[in-house]
Write a protein that binds this ligand. Structure first.
Ligand code: PLP
Length: 404
């Protein structure tokens, strides 16, 4: 997910436009800013690039999720169904609006298993939040059908899949709202930043207001704005938006390179006996930022991950042992280590789901390795890397088979 790898003259130029005026804030100071509105321009680029009516650029992906949930009316006691494999931000945002993250099993798409979603629905369920992990996408047709049938909101966490498409539509534009993250390691970056995408004007307006202390942004004079709602400050700065503006113009190039390099690694691994690959609901829409594959057993996967690291081949993630992305190691959540005191009823519900057993997810995640793809590899380097990874996997699997 490495837009930062191609940081260059374009980003410097955009940032410099802002530095020349000295107006680092996205709102107000109309006379002094010389027509420079980087955050607004980035929002326009987002709507054009991804095909949605509205976009609100904010300070982070976590902020985008929080705003989207609040604007969608999700709050106290509402259950939001989400996968056991995600980034911690997804459940942090749910908890922050007073709702309950209902964690459900994933399948070999590495995100929500539609059957598990349907089984988890209760009278308190309000939304389903697929997380398009590692550059690819969830089974959106199936999830949308479930949402339609049960009158639930589909909210897409597309923070890791900027540029992915599903049946020709950009992920993040298929649900009632979608979110992107532009943090430093995402497919494109602002250094820090995020966005809410939606085609509902009403929702957009709420997100816009909520991200800036409830300002209605309707007048010329910021000091005279009305405040239809209480809000927070989740604003992005012009400096961050400027970086994003240069990056979004290069997004197609990033995705093309990722796909090409991903294919080279795939070609090297596809004939290793015992290796299978993540199921991608629409392969043409994958961004290629990771190649995720499965070994036959947990032992083999753990050994392979250790041997890849020992051989100095970085960027191979064994999420099962990682404490940011998979429920098994979210000990802070399982222990209820919230910084602020939650209402007792919410805390009880959150803990209930956080401490459930998820054997179906474990069976998948314990065998999975995700290999990240760089924009900087030459074709030679990608091939060499693929062969090295294949060699290690082959060895680990052959040795284990002999031991059985
Ligand atoms: C990165 C990420 C976020 C949060 O984004 P930040 O910009 O880092 O706050 C949310 N969800 C997922 C799946 C992510 O990968």
């Amino acid at each position: 997910m490495p837009g930062f790898e191609l940081f260059g003259a374009e980003e410097r130029k955009e940032v410099n436009d802002v530095l020349e005026t000295g107006i680092l804030m996205r709102y107000g100071f109309d006379a002094q800013r010389n027509g420079i509105w980087k955050a607004k321009e980035l929002e326009q680029e987002i709507t054009k690039t991804f095909g949605c009516e509205h976009a609100q650029v904010v300070s982070s992906g976590t902020a985008a999720l929080t705003l989207a949930m609040a604007a969608l009316g999700l709050g106290a006691g509402d259950e939001i169904i989400m996968p056991t494999f995600t980034f911690v931000a997804s459940f942090e945002a749910v908890v922050s609006v007073g709702a309950i993250p209902v964690l459900v099993d994933i399948d070999e798409t590495l995100t929500l298993n539609p059957k598990a979603v349907e089984e988890a629905i209760t009278p308190r369920t309000k939304a389903v939040m697929p997380v398009h992990m590692c550059g690819s996408m969830a089974q959106l047709d199936e999830l949308k059908a479930i949402c339609d049938k049960h009158n639930l909101i589909l909210l897409e966490d597309a923070c890791q899949a900027i540029g992915a498409t599903y049946k020709g539509k950009a992920v993040g534009t298929i649900g009632a709202a979608g979110t992107f993250s532009f943090d430093f390691v995402k497919i494109m970056t602002c250094a820090e930043g995020g966005a809410v995408l939606t085609s509902s004007h009403e929702l957009y307006q709420k997100v816009d207001q909520f991200s800036d202390h409830g300002h209605d942004h309707l007048g010329k004079d910021r000091g005279a704005d009305l405040h239809p709602y209480l809000g927070y400050n989740f604003r992005i700065s012009e400096l961050h938006a400027a970086v994003g503006l240069a990056q979004i113009r290069k997004l197609n190039t990033f995705v093309e390179i990722q796909k090409k390099n991903n294919r080279i690694i795939y070609d090297a691994l596809k004939d290793v006996p015992g290796i299978t690959f993540r199921v991608i609901p629409d392969p043409a829409g994958d961004t290629g930022s990771f190649l995720s594959f499965f070994l036959p057993t947990e032992d083999m996967a753990r050994t392979a991950a250790a041997e890849l690291a020992a051989a100095g081949i970085g960027g191979n993630f064994y999420w099962f042992d990682n404490n940011w992305h998979y429920l098994r190691k979210w000990q802070h959540l399982q222990n209820g280590a919230f910084m602020n005191r939650l209402p007792e009823e919410q805390r009880k519900q959150v803990m209930h789901y956080a401490n459930m057993a998820y054997p179906a997810s474990d069976a998948i995640m314990s065998r999975c390795i995700s290999s990240s793809v760089s924009l900087l590899w030459t074709e030679e380097q990608a091939k060499e890397r693929g062969e090295k990874i294949a060699g290690i996997l082959r060895n680990v699997i052959e040795k284990s088979v002999v031991n059985i």
